[in-house]
Design a protein around this ligand. Structure first.
Ligand SMILES: Cc1ncc(COP(=O)(O)O)c(C=O)c1O
Length: 416
């Protein structure tokens, strides 16, 4: 046991962690009911399960309206379009997130403006948002990243002062609450993903929360091919929509996931607290990012930790992760890199004239024209991400993870 598995020793953990996604008779029953109803699609819209699920999901997060849609990428696009974002408008996004947080703007030929994140949370830095505002700025998309939350007090205050739309990207944060308010209910829109890896999932899927009647009607119209039908025709213009309806079969799975959301949220928050306590008691130099005291209900998607190489004999984070993986514990380092460095945003400038106008012919030129030092340090040196299934099992799983980390730390000098 004492020799590192990387050098031929016995692994700390040789059994897999809890399989994901999780389901039981709840999902089985809803899916069988949907199958037998022979109503599988989402049309006519809204379908009965879409209405029921949207109502429950919104209620849990304290929003007035919830509308399911195809995935958590298009929900961002729908929100931008419902908010009236047009070609050339600027949308401020954190750079340390999944590409959809920014590509949603590009798809409308609007311009994502990348800002750095706060060192304490790796979520959008409100000071960076304020500095990035120009006369073209129309919206802000904060992301509640991993188990963390964006400082919504400051984002909402800045948005109000400058008349900007706020779309919370809650793809990681189902169930979370800030000062008693559910994620996705504080800004103008909340956007959720139910993709396979998420805290609630139907394989693929998404939902939008909002509180405003006109926004609700526009979202419904955009999800349903731009139709305006009784119940969602209370606005003047005609919108150009998509078919982004979610099928009744997917919503049936989500109904089961909704039944368990409260219990899952509580259990994961407890497991996160246990992991934090055990890790901090046994290992110096790898710390779970602190939860802001304004978080009143902790969501626990991926756990974000900060690696201090000085406490590991100066080895690089990636060397630490390599040794840890050999011990049977697969944590992640470069789960996200700053978005301005990924090739997708250098995509064809002829297709995105507003992006070219803002950033030049080479678009972002591999990110050379932008620098977000906090995000870059997180991505390449400090961040350690623990994925969702690791907190879904027992405390013994957590003990194994901490034992493996402590073992690698004891042998860090051999890894140098
Ligand atoms: C922060 C963030 N936003 C948006 C999305 C997009 O969601 P989907 O995969 O459902 O399109 C994801 C999904 O991975 C995400 O992590």
């Amino acid at each position: 046991m004492d020799k590192l598995a990387l050098f031929g020793g016995t692994k700390v953990r040789s059994t897999p962690f809890t399989p994901w996604p999780q389901f039981d008779d709840r999902e089985r029953k809803y899916v069988m009911d949907a199958l037998e109803s022979r109503r599988w699609g989402g049309y006519p819209f809204p379908s009965p399960r879409a209405l029921e699920f949207g109502r429950r999901f919104a209620e849990y997060h304290g929003a007035r309206y919830g509308i399911p849609a195809a995935n958590g990428t298009v929900t961002l696009e729908i929100a931008l379009r419902a908010a009236g974002i047009k070609a050339g408008d600027e949308v401020i996004v954190p750079c340390y997130t999944f590409m959809a947080t920014a590509s949603c703007a590009v798809h409308l030929n609007a311009v994502p403006v990348f800002t750095d994140v706060e060192a304490r949370s790796w979520c959008m830095d409100p000071a960076g948002v304020e500095a990035a505002i120009t006369p073209k700025t129309k919206a802000i998309i904060p992301v509640h990243l991993g188990h963390q939350m964006t400082d919504m007090d400051r984002i909402l205050e800045i948005a109000k002062r400058h008349g900007l739309v706020v779309i919370e990207d809650c793809a990681h944060s189902h169930g979370g609450q800030w000062r008693g308010k559910g994620v996705g209910s504080m800004g103008d829109f909340g956007s959720f993903s139910f993709q396979s890896s998420k805290l609630m999932t139907s394989g693929e899927g998404g939902a939008i929360l909002c509180n405003d009647d006109t926004y609700r009607a526009k979202v419904m119209s955009l999800v349903n091919c731009g139709r305006k039908e009784p119940g969602y025709d209370g606005f003047d213009e005609q919108l150009f929509g998509w078919n982004f309806r979610l099928s009744e079969l997917q919503i049936a799975v989500l109904m089961g996931q909704m039944d368990r959301l409260d219990e899952v949220t509580r259990k994961r928050a407890e497991m996160l607290a246990y992991f934090r306590e055990t890790l901090h008691a046994n290992v110096a130099g790898l710390r779970v990012l602190d939860t802001d005291p304004r978080v009143t209900r902790q969501h626990a998607y991926q756990t974000l930790m900060r690696f201090d190489s000085a406490a590991f004999a100066g080895i690089h984070r990636d060397r630490f992760l390599q040794a840890l993986e050999a011990e049977g514990v697969d944590l992640d380092g470069t789960f996200y890199v700053p978005l301005y460095q990924i090739p997708i945003f250098n995509a064809r400038s002829d297709e995105w004239p507003a992006l070219r106008e803002r950033y030049g012919e080479g678009i972002l030129e591999g990110g050379r024209s932008i620098s977000c030092p906090v995000a870059e340090k997180a991505a390449y040196e400090e961040a350690v991400w623990m994925h969702y299934p690791h907190l879904s099992g027992s405390r013994a799983d957590v003990d194994d993870i901490v034992t493996a980390i402590a073992k690698v730390q004891r042998h860090a000098a051999e890894l140098a």
